[in-house]
Design a protein around this ligand. Structure first.
Ligand SMILES: NC(=O)c1ccc[n+]([C@@H]2O[C@H](COP(=O)([O-])OP(=O)(O)OC[C@H]3O[C@@H](n4cnc5c(N)ncnc54)[C@H](OP(=O)(O)O)[C@@H]3O)[C@@H](O)[C@H]2O)c1
Length: 310
């Protein structure tokens, strides 16, 4: 990417888009085209076509999406399918029409089959049924991967797909109704410390294992791949390391400084026992994460405390 290239980051106010923007700015890029969802509804074919015709970006990071936790995914099934398909179809197609030099599509690890072997290799895509609760979201993301592949095959477009593992970092969602496990635990432990509660309740048995990547590391990987990767096959981005929910809770308890106990509510669902990305492809390209979990959570907690209401 040339330093003066015109770069469109779709979803630049989101957790991922804002991290990509910060990363590019830190590397000296300065020619950005950015729109909020109020200024440009990416579900509208006409608005997106007019936007691309007027701005003609050179590079596109597609980090705009309807995103949420398990509850939101399962409840707003139609919206997760419709919004995501519309957003990505409009952007990918207009990027082809207006000869974008390279586009990067961001997916998620939920594209892999529910019962796929662990760690998840890129080639496991479409080898089995998906997890039912987020099937609409995963179907939309798989369609996005296939759009990139098909536009590359038929029109020679340089469109790539990147699949991040679970993320955390600045601009995360701390709303307990639809947040992911790491920010939810951070908030619960912080509030329990402030209120001097005796214990914190954690859903499930604590035994499932999950992988977490700091969003600044993801952004570094996205920019690295934009510059160094140009193949049809998707690329996993993660740390390649996982941690049990119990150990994650103990780590966050320690970072927050909560002195009470952990109470596991085993009547609540555990979900998949393990979800870990195989990141050997990314490592073979010469990239690996820099921010370790303790350090990453500690920095996020500092930010959270600054902004917390309680
Ligand atoms: N968060 C994770 O743990 C995680 C993990 C793996 C993959 N990902 C992927 O990373 C991508 C970004 O996720 P995120 O966590 O950054 O999400 P986010 O914080 O919710 O941000 C999503 C962004 O999309 C924009 N957007 C949504 N609907 C739009 C519309 N109709 N028109 C225009 N813009 C719209 C929003 O723009 P406004 O702010 O202007 O409304 C928002 O900034 C997604 O593809 C997601 O699948 C995320």
């Amino acid at each position: 990417m040339e330093k003066n290239a015109k770069i469109y980051i779709a979803g630049h106010r989101g957790m991922v888009g804002s991290a990509i923007l910060r990363n590019l700015q830190s590397k000296g890029y300065e020619n950005f085209v950015l729109r909020t969802s109020r200024e440009l509804d990416l579900r509208s074919q006409q608005e997106v076509a007019e936007f691309f015709a007027a701005e003609k970006p050179d590079y596109v990071f597609l980090a705009a999406a309807k995103v949420g936790g398990i509850h939101a995914n399962n409840t707003y099934r139609a919206e997760f399918l419709y919004d995501n398909l519309m957003i990505q179809n409009n952007i990918i197609h207009q990027s082809y029409v207006h000869k974008v030099k390279k586009l990067q599509f961001l997916g998620s690890s939920c594209i892999y089959p529910k019962m796929a072997p662990q760690p998840l290799k890129e080639e496991y895509l479409l080898t089995g049924p998906l997890e039912a609760t987020n099937e609409p979201y995963a179907i939309a993301k798989i369609a996005g991967i296939k759009m990139c592949e098909a536009y590359r095959a038929q029109y020679g477009c340089h469109f790539i797909s990147v699949m991040p593992t679970n993320l955390y970092g600045p601009h995360d969602n701390y709303d307990l109704n639809n947040s992911h496990v790491l920010p939810a635990l951070l908030r619960k432990f912080h509030e329990a410390k402030v209120k001097q509660d005796e214990s914190v309740e954690i859903w499930g048995t604590g035994s499932p294992k999950r992988e977490f990547l700091h969003v600044d590391d993801l952004a570094e990987a996205c920019v690295f791949l934009m510059e160094n990767y140009d193949e049809a096959e998707l690329v996993n981005v993660g740390t390649g390391e996982d941690i049990s929910i119990k150990d994650l809770a103990l780590l966050i308890k320690d970072i927050v400084g909560f002195e009470g106990a952990l109470r596991f509510d085993a009547s609540k669902p555990d979900g998949t026992p393990r979800k870990l990305m195989d990141v050997s492809k990314l490592h073979n390209y010469g990239w690996r994460h820099q921010i370790e979990l303790r350090e990453g959570i500690a920095s996020v907690y500092q930010l959270y405390v600054k902004e917390a209401v309680v």
